[in-house]
Write a protein that binds this ligand. Structure first.
Ligand code: GLN
Length: 212
């Protein structure tokens, strides 16, 4: 099997270009031969080795994905082990249940593979956006710059979910087998280490036959 991998970036809304750039950086840093493909429709999901869900506005993203009917295709591939990284709104898109800090249950459609409950806007609204250094063991000793913009937090985790970062006691990054979710925006950190994790997982998945 060829060593060229394909990383998809969900292309509906949000910081798509920033995720493309961080993924390109990660591929280059690791000297992995890879291409990046924008994903919108169910057919785009078939041949990718991993997927990145950008930050942005999760209600808009889920409405557009639902209109295109791509949620079931995404759900299947993730359930079959395809690696996926959801950043901020992208993590909301992956989660099983979502509520808003102020307005409560949002009833938005999500992909739903990540067994967590999410509190949207957990750190306040636009004015409460901030940056902070996070300790993430998986990435080694050097801290990672967490860029939080109207960020969600994880308020409950299922038994297969590992907490990989906290900020002020709130859970801000999780891993559940092939799924990584972050409350913050690693694509805006100028540090591709989290995208590198997904590239490594994609290589592994590709070598094992891409779930096929
Ligand atoms: N608050 C946004 C939402 O709920 C997420 C913000 C972001 O992705 N920066 O969708």
């Amino acid at each position: 099997m060829s060593k060229t991998i394909t990383i998809g970036v969900l292309g509906f809304q949000g910081d798509i270009e920033e995720n493309v750039a961080a993924t390109r950086q990660a591929l280059d840093d690791l000297k992995v031969d890879g291409r990046i493909q924008l994903v919108k429709y169910a057919k785009d999901v078939e041949n990718i080795d991993a997927l990145i869900l950008p930050g942005g506005e999760s209600t808009v993203q889920s409405s557009l994905a639902a209109i295109q009917n791509s949620l079931p295709a995404l759900k299947n591939r993730i359930a079959n082990g395809m690696p996926v990284l959801g950043t901020c709104a992208g993590m909301i898109m992956l989660s099983k249940r979502v509520y808003d800090r102020v307005v409560g249950e949002t009833k938005q459609k999500t992909i739903g593979n990540l067994d967590v409950v999410i509190e949207r806007n957990a750190f306040g609204r636009q004015n409460d956006s901030f940056e902070t250094d996070l300790k993430i063991d998986m990435l080694g000793n050097e801290t990672f710059k967490g860029v939080f913009i109207r960020a969600p937090a994880v308020s409950e985790v299922g038994k297969d979910v590992e907490v990989i970062a906290r900020h002020e006691g709130k859970i801000v990054a999780v891993k559940q087998n092939n799924i990584i979710g972050t409350s913050f925006h690693p694509e805006l950190a100028g540090d591709a280490r989290i995208h590198e994790q997904i590239v490594k997982m994609a290589l592994d998945y590709h070598e094992k036959g891409n779930g096929k």
